[in-house]
Design a protein. Structure first.
Length: 279
């Protein structure tokens, strides 16, 4: 529980900051949310790339890619290109299963087609996701393990060697069984669908632990006082990974701090990104 002296950061604290703007926006579909914002450092490149995935309970009306603008700008100033993807949430036509997952995959894979134009280094990619985006970032790294019979299967997904989940929800089965998670349990059903005769196991190709082991290195950064994403969701995921994931606990930290430049949580995330690019 939060200490008596700890006051968590609010969304208003972050959203009231002057908003920076990306250097380019790229569409990968007809929907308004099938877009990617590209943040480019100064210089000639080639630039290491942070593949960024926003949260918001997989629900477009809760959050879109713009919630990551401040984190993206901070990384851009540090010399990293940021490929900040958006996707149709469960509340958009075509969202849910398989659309939300197919959007995330298509947005990630489009990075390769734009690498030469924007001087992006495809040998140095780190996926960073916040909250529900932590789940999608890990899922993107798990795509090589998808069954060929899955509607989500693609033969040559973008290789991702490192993933950093910030207050993520990687285990959809546990999330659906945890009414204390800030997204609620109904949204997971809206995301993965209900069991049917043709798809009885809705978690087989959507929940990351079902796709273990991941080839990517996995780092989880979680605030110890996060009241939106229960801390046990991180510890349980790490235990299931059997050494595949590492948990980094940040004290006196809630949920918003994880993507707020200047916070100790965001400084930890930036340090892990730096280490990943130099591993």
């Amino acid at each position: 529980m939060p200490s008596d002296t700890f006051t968590p950061m609010t969304w208003a604290d972050l959203l009231s900051r002057p908003r920076p703007a990306p250097q380019a926006t790229i569409a990968y579909g007809a929907d308004d949310f099938q877009k990617i914002d590209l943040w480019l450092p100064t210089g000639a490149g080639p630039f290491p790339v942070v593949l960024m995935v926003h949260g918001g309970c997989w629900t477009t009306s809760v959050a879109d890619r713009s919630i990551m603008d401040w984190a993206a700008e901070d990384l851009r100033r540090a010399g990293y290109a940021v490929w900040n993807i958006d996707y149709r949430g469960v509340d958009r036509p075509g969202g849910g299963y398989p659309g939300t997952f197919m959007d995330a995959a298509a947005a990630a894979d489009l990075l390769r087609a734009n690498a030469a134009k924007y001087h992006l280094d495809l040998t140095r990619i780190v996926a960073v996701g916040h909250s529900a985006g932590g789940h999608l970032a890990l899922w993107l790294a798990a795509r090589p393990n998808l069954s060929r019979t899955s509607p989500l299967y693609t033969p040559d997904p973008l290789p991702i060697a490192n993933v950093i989940s910030l207050g993520g929800l990687p285990d959809l089965e546990e999330t659906a069984a945890s009414p204390d998670n800030g997204c609620g349990t109904d949204v997971v059903t809206r995301l993965v669908g209900k069991p049917t005769s043709g798809r009885a196991d809705v978690y087989a190709d959507t929940s990351v632990p079902r796709l273990f082991p991941l080839a990517a290195a996995q780092d989880l950064v979680n605030g110890r006082e996060d009241t939106i994403i229960p801390y046990r969701l991180a510890t349980d995921y790490v235990a299931k990974s059997r050494g595949g994931a590492t948990l980094h606990t940040v004290p006196n930290t809630g949920h918003v701090e994880l993507i707020a430049p200047g916070s100790s949580a965001w400084n930890k995330a930036k340090h892990l990104i730096k280490l990943a690019f130099h591993s």
